[in-house]
Each structure stands twice: as C-alpha cells, then as structure tokens.
Design a binder for this molecule. Structure first.
Ligand SMILES: Cc1ncc(COP(=O)(O)O)c(C=O)c1O
Length: 393
C-alpha cells in the first residue's frame, strides 16, 4: 500500500517490476552457489559459470542472435552504447566523419556520440520528427547522401512511445554504406525483437526495463565487428595471456567483460528473457497495444483538458503515454497522483532535445508493462480529476 492506496505503478518505462521467477533465481545464486565465474574448479564455481553462460544463451535466444558469443553482458543500455562509441567509435570515426542520430534519442544514445565527434572532429546529423513524433524518413534519405559511417536510433521512443520503422531504416542505412546501432532499451520489454530479421549491426538494451535485475543489460553485435573491435575496459577476465609489457586478449564476448561480472544479475536477466518468451512477445505487444488504445480513448474523455503527445495511432506506439494538464507543472501532477498511490514519471525523461523540439519544458508520463491493466488507466484518469480539483483548474 502507498499512502493508504493500492500501488498503481505506471512508471515501467523507467524500470519494470520483477517477477518472482527472477527474484528466486537470484536468491538461489546467492544462497546456494555464490562464487566467481570462469575461475573455480570446484563445484559451486563451475555451477556459477554454467548458469552465467546459460543466461547468455537465453538472452541470445530471446533476440534471435545467431551465436551466444555475440552477447556481451553490460550493466545497462548506456554502458552497451558507450562500449560501441569507445571501442568501435575510436577506431573507426575520424575527422569529418558523420554519425546520424534522431531528434528523439535518449541521452544515452546522444551524449556518447557527442563526446566521440568532439574528440575526433566528426559531425552529428539528426533525423527530424513530425509534430506528432514520427521520424521524417524523407529527410533521412537526404542525410544518407552525406555517407555517414554510423546511423544510431532508438527502436521505441521512451518519451513518445513511437515504434520506429527500424527494418526499413536499417536497409536505407546499409544501402548508403553505414553501420547501424539500435537502442533497444524500450523495445525488448514490449515488442518482438529479432536481430537477424532487423539486419542491424549493434543492438543495445537494459535488463531492468524487461523484468530483469537492476545493473543487467547487454550488447549484441555481429561477430566480425566484435572480433575487430579493441577492448573497452581492461584487466582480469578479458585476457588470455599477460606479460609485463603486453597482453593477448580473450575471445569474444569475454574480451569485453573485464573484471568480475554481475553474475547474479546476468542469471536474473536470462530468467527474465525466458519468462517473456514463455508469455510470447506477440501477446505482450498485443496486451500493450490494447492498453495504449484504451488510454488514448479514456484519458481525453474523462479529463478533457489533458494534452497528449506522440502518435495517435496505437499501431505505431508502444506503452508510453506522455501528457500535460494545462496550468499545472508535471512535477505537481506526479506529486498529487502519488497521494493516491499512482506512480508516474515527470520531467524531461532524459530526452531534453526532444522536449525542446516540441517546445515543452517537461511532461508527465504513464508507461506500461506486462502486469499493467485497464484498471490502472481508470485509476490514472480518476487521479488526474483529483489533481485538477486540488489546483482548481
Ligand atoms: C530509449 C532508451 N535508451 C536508453 C536508456 C538508458 O537505459 P539505462 O539507464 O538502463 O542505461 C533508456 C532508459 O530510460 C531508454 O529509455
């Protein structure tokens, strides 16, 4: 109970709740076979290693990676993108090279590229959006004439919910000779993801938004890219042989997993991937599509003053509803909703340039996951009416 009310959790785009299966798997690791991996030749060390590598195989299956060695465990999507910007980027981007991003990127898929091009004297270009949050592919086409080395974009927008036409964008980018990185942080929990079908080169995501533990995440990249890339972080685990003045590095993926990894978190991530697969990602998507359609119908009916942003077509949109109540700051909206046990996020959602583009200082955002229900949306509508009463608007 929160403030005397049953919790209505509508902030899953920030981080999801975790199912018992995930918590139990982590609990079992810490209670029954807590040990470091790839080291101990004793029973629980071997069991920890086997479970850690099993988790990698489960994650590979979840996104249909052709080879589990192409999955690098990271702490989150941010680290996965930084791995690419530091390792691939520093080797492949040089003076005058162009990287194309979009106006709707999360800071995690923007700031690492800003730092890279500042260091290398390269350039960033941005695919603009329409007023209702759809990427302008006509402008993308024009930007591709600049022959970018890399195109990096989000699969699903964390702020507007827009599901981008990623497959078409990958084809366009490849035809122009660019590599493609997809930020899948908001996609893997909500829509089926098949990296082979998408045809991209890098796919980054976090675990904690897809029912998995905090501090878990992964980068998928094509084998030949990972093999050609220099290490990101250096130290133990990522080496094969070390001499005083030189070292030989380990094979992929361990070349990119320096130091003791988050073993329990990786195991939890593997279980979450399997949990979602058992639910069926088509069913997950259908459930969220239904919630989005319901929210887009109910909220303006019950709260006529509400301003909604993003695509109006639920087919183009994941489970994210950004909104404002005119005359009330979104922080105040979120604070009053909390009195009724309703958790929404308020602020810029790590997309400050997108808010600037839409001329919004901030928004409130309700977001869903597999456990969200129509009743949650009814509660939100009721809560927003209470907010209006409190502020007399
Ligand atoms: C689209 C998108 N990309 C990247 C991230 C960064 O995720 P993390 O903070 O888990 O690294 C987020 C988190 O909100 C996101 O929504």
């Amino acid at each position: 109970m929160i403030n005397g009310h049953k919790l209505v959790y509508l902030d899953s785009a920030s981080s999801s709740q975790k199912p018992s299966a995930v918590i139990d798997a982590m609990d079992a690791y810490y209670r029954e076979y807590n040990a470091n991996v790839h080291r101990g030749i004793y029973t629980i060390g071997e069991k920890a290693t086997a479970e850690y590598e099993k988790a990698r195989a489960r994650v590979a299956r979840f996104i249909n990676a052709p080879d589990s060695h192409e999955i690098v465990f990271t702490r989150n999507a941010t680290e996965a993108i930084n791995l690419v910007s530091y390792s691939w980027g520093r080797r492949n981007i040089s003076r005058g090279d162009v990287i194309v991003l979009t106006e709707m990127e999360h800071h995690a898929n923007l700031v690492p590229w800003q730092i890279l091009v500042q260091e290398k004297d390269g350039d960033l270009e941005f695919i603009p959006i329409t007023d209702d949050g759809i990427l302008r592919l006509d402008v993308f086409e024009v930007l591709l004439r600049l022959k970018p080395k890399l195109v990096a974009f989000t699969h699903v927008s964390n702020t507007l919910g827009t599901i981008n036409p990623v497959r078409e964008m990958v084809e366009m980018a490849h035809a122009a000779g660019a590599l493609v990185l997809i930020d899948g942080a908001q996609a893997v929990p909500h829509v089926p993801v098949d990296v082979q079908e998408l045809g991209c080169d890098f796919y980054a995501f976090s675990g904690h938004k897809m029912l998995a533990p905090m501090g878990s995440g992964a980068l998928w990249a094509r084998r030949e890219l990972l093999e050609a890339m220099p290490p990101f972080l250096a130290g133990g685990e990522m080496i094969r042989e070390v001499h005083l003045r030189r070292s030989e590095f380990n094979e992929i993926p361990w070349k990119f997993e320096a130091g003791t990894p988050a073993v329990g978190d990786a195991i939890g991530l593997g279980v979450a991937a399997e949990y979602l697969q058992a639910l069926g990602m088509d069913a997950v998507r259908e459930h969220e599509r239904d919630l989005v359609a319901y929210a887009l119908e109910v909220l303006p009916r019950e709260v006529p003053a509400i301003e909604l942003y993003g695509p109006l077509d639920p087919d183009l949109r994941g489970g994210v509803i950004p909104f404002n109540l005119p005359g009330i700051h979104p922080h105040d909206v979120a604070q009053v909703l909390d009195r009724f046990g309703i958790a929404v996020r308020a602020g810029h959602h790590c997309t400050m340039p997108l808010h600037e583009r839409l001329d919004l200082a901030a928004t409130a955002r309700a977001s869903f996951n597999v456990y969200s229900t129509r009743e949650d949306i009814d509660a939100l509508a009721g809560g927003l009416m209470e907010v209006q009463k409190v502020f007399n608007v």
